[in-house]
Ligand binder design. Structure first.
Ligand SMILES: Cc1cc2nc3c(=O)[nH]c(=O)nc-3n(C[C@H](O)[C@H](O)[C@H](O)COP(=O)(O)OP(=O)(O)OC[C@H]3O[C@@H](n4cnc5c(N)ncnc54)[C@H](O)[C@@H]3O)c2cc1C
Length: 388
């Protein structure tokens, strides 16, 4: 069964199902009332203002509600990305150990989900099978990799990004930095007791390397040694690691950019982060073109699941879809009468913002001065909260 049908109706149904009070009470549990909206939000099927407006149409939601707060985390990470640019891909400051204490290779027992730590193996299996992981499982996996196996957070972030349907460069990389302690002031640590509290039985990890106290975990995190993989499960438990693709799989109907259909026409561009509703005040002559930029996908390859998710929705919105270098796309678009679309941070480095026009809509007011902590940013935005 496809957990994430690539339709706007599905996104709207998920919004209609949000129960903010239940969300606050249970969101930390793996079977809690989380929304699973993230793939739809990341790819622009729905915007954050639309999400909150939809929830508000059925429930009283106060600005201090946990649900609003969590949407705030997403926008805070965007704020950091906007101010720091590509520096978010490097450690924001030193973590518990210098960068060089961590490896850039991910151990194979993690990649193949056979570490012998049930919570980790289940996380990796779930990630590969669904393209989604509950926030708590993401934190456990990242913490285990960085603090116990001494994998550099950026290697873990790149790997996880590729397999997520909701992979978002700001939320993903900055969350990894938060766990690592390079974007926060302490490492995030967890143990078997914490897993037992929030996860179902088959995730429980008693008797494994994480079945220790927080003091012992902290000592490991602050020393150069990593936990041995001697408790690893037998190889027969290993699963295959899905491939990541810099290009859309061959069966997809993406072609090279071409002048033929856009020459002299109005063009509305659709890209992987703008898969929401099409505007209705466009000229009847408008041609709808989907674009995937080669340079981006070479740097950040995606799983087949994610390509499928994006391609299916793009096919519903457009008459043709291009995969090519930014310069070849721009060259083809030069022949168009008028080009428009929605800008978004993932694409704005490749296609100029003036070409695409309006940025995707935010929930909170923009903060011009950089805030280095969520609480500082939250204080400012919640004072002048737009939250429609
Ligand atoms: C190591 C790690 C990597 C992550 N990578 C990503 C990523 O690539 N893309 C991504 O969207 N989120 C990422 N997150 C944040 C969070 O885990 C997901 O947004 C959330 O789990 C998505 O599931 P949901 O839609 O059911 O969330 P819900 O709990 O239902 O929340 C609703 C929405 O609020 C936002 N949100 C909730 N919690 C957070 C959070 N902690 N940080 C940022 N936004 C949040 C998301 O847009 C989410 O869809 C990451 C977290 C960690 C610890």
């Amino acid at each position: 069964m496809n957990l994430f049908p690539p339709t706007r109706e599905e996104a709207l149904a998920r919004i209609a199902a949000v129960e903010p009070a239940e969300y606050s009470r249970s969101r930390n549990a793996l079977n809690g009332a989380v929304t699973q909206l993230s793939p739809y939000i990341t790819h622009g099927f729905v915007s954050l203002p639309e999400v909150l407006k939809g929830v508000r149409s059925k429930h009283r939601v106060k600005p201090e509600d946990k649900f609003v707060f969590e949407l705030g985390w997403r926008e805070y990470y965007r704020h950091v990305w906007q101010h720091r640019g590509d520096d978010i891909f490097k450690s924001l400051h030193e973590g518990v150990l210098p960068d060089k204490a961590y490896a850039h290779e991910i151990p194979v027992d993690i990649l193949h989900a056979c570490t012998g730590v049930a919570a980790i193996d289940m996380s990796v299996k779930t990630l590969y099978a669904t393209g989604y992981l509950h926030n708590h499982a993401r934190m456990w996996l990242a913490s285990y990799m960085v603090h116990l196996r001494k994998v550099h957070w950026s290697a873990g972030a790149q790997w996880m990004y590729g397999h997520l349907l909701d992979g978002d460069l700001a939320s993903n990389h900055l969350s990894w930095q938060w766990v690592a302690g390079t974007g926060s002031h302490q490492p995030y640590l967890f143990n078997a007791e914490n897993v037992a509290r929030y996860a179902p039985l088959h995730w429980h990890s008693s008797g494994s390397v994480i079945d220790i106290t927080y003091e012992a975990l902290d000592q490991i995190a602050r020393s150069a040694s990593s936990v041995s993989s001697s408790s690893a499960a037998p190889d027969r438990d290993a699963i295959d690691r899905p491939s990541l693709f810099a290009q859309p799989p061959k069966t997809f109907s993406l072609s090279a950019p071409s002048l033929t259909s856009v020459s002299g026409r109005d063009v509305w561009l659709v890209h992987p982060w703008s898969l929401g509703e099409l505007p209705n005040q466009l000229s009847p002559d408008t041609v709808f073109v989907g674009v995937c930029i080669e340079e981006f996908h070479r740097a950040w390859p995606w799983s087949e699941k994610r390509w499928q998710f994006v391609n299916a929705r793009m096919a519903d919105l457009t008459t043709e879809r291009w995969y090519g270098s930014a310069s070849s796309i721009l060259a083809a678009l030069k022949s168009a009468k008028l080009v428009n679309g929605l800008s978004e941070a993932h694409i704005s480095g490749y296609l100029p913002t003036h070409l695409l026009g309006e940025m995707t809509r935010c929930l909170f007011p923009q903060v011009d001065r950089r805030c280095d902590s969520f609480s500082r940013w939250w204080k400012i935005v919640s004072a002048g909260q737009r939250v429609e």
